[in-house]
Write a protein that binds this ligand. Sequence first.
Ligand code: AMP
Ligand code: ZN
Length: 270
Amino acid sequence: MKLESKVKQTLKKIKLSKKEKIIVALSGGKDSSVVAYLMKKFGYNIDGFHIDLKIGKYSDDCLKAVKELCNSLGIKLHIYDMKKETGAGMCYLRSAVQSKKNLKNCAICGVVKKWILNKEVRKLKADKIATGHHLDDEAQTFLLNILKGSPELSANSGAVSKNSPDKKFIPRIKPLFHVPEKEIKKYSIEKKLPVNYAKCPCAIDSYRIQVRKFMNTLSDKEKENIIKNSEKILKKLNKKVSDVNYCEICGEPSRKKICKKCELMGIANY
Ligand code: AMP
Ligand code: ZN
């Protein structure tokens, strides 16, 4: 099946309505750019949202690509400047955490990005957040969770988040859930989308890179099977999707008493 048909089918399956306000989380990379391009093409009501992480030239190039994309698609772009909003760019924040605790770059950045996205998109009164996660990402994450001994961490994953509805939690959708990464890259080149193809200079999560190398030896069918089997395994584990509570410090949705972002800020003494 062609990439466009796969995405259409995924959006149909999750029953996304064209009346809903969707915010596409745009990193400046190929995946989220393709999401915005296709959702606009299919007639969905979208705006873009970019977090300027202030990681030097890499971030400047991402911001430039995102602005160009939104201009050419004729969609509104919301920009969140990390330094202005929080007083520090991602690099500073990460070093502050890492001086106290040995945590991976991507783990820290991922937690902070998720927290910002949910909070800011809620302010914009949007119905859902769309991200560029694709088949390879999802299969990798599931394998990583198994290797870490916690397959249940994948319980919420899917083309649409599975949390029970909550006024503070904005559901997330992944239109590229069934699309392999190499198809997305090819498509973004074909459509000449303004994309920053550079990798984030801080992405040195060696465990994920090893899993990615292994995954690259698999066919797309095998990757799709990993996703299918993950659903079977999770059913057998009978893991219930956990309820949403609120963080005692920031009031944002959290599974534990203190959310992951506030836990990190606590470690960093920030
Ligand atoms: P990553 O965690 O970097 O693999 O990114 C996964 C998805 O998160 C991307 O496809 C985007 O939808 C979103 N995302 C990542 N970085 C940013 C950013 N700086 N601003 C907005 N959304 C982002
Ligand atoms: Zn918190």
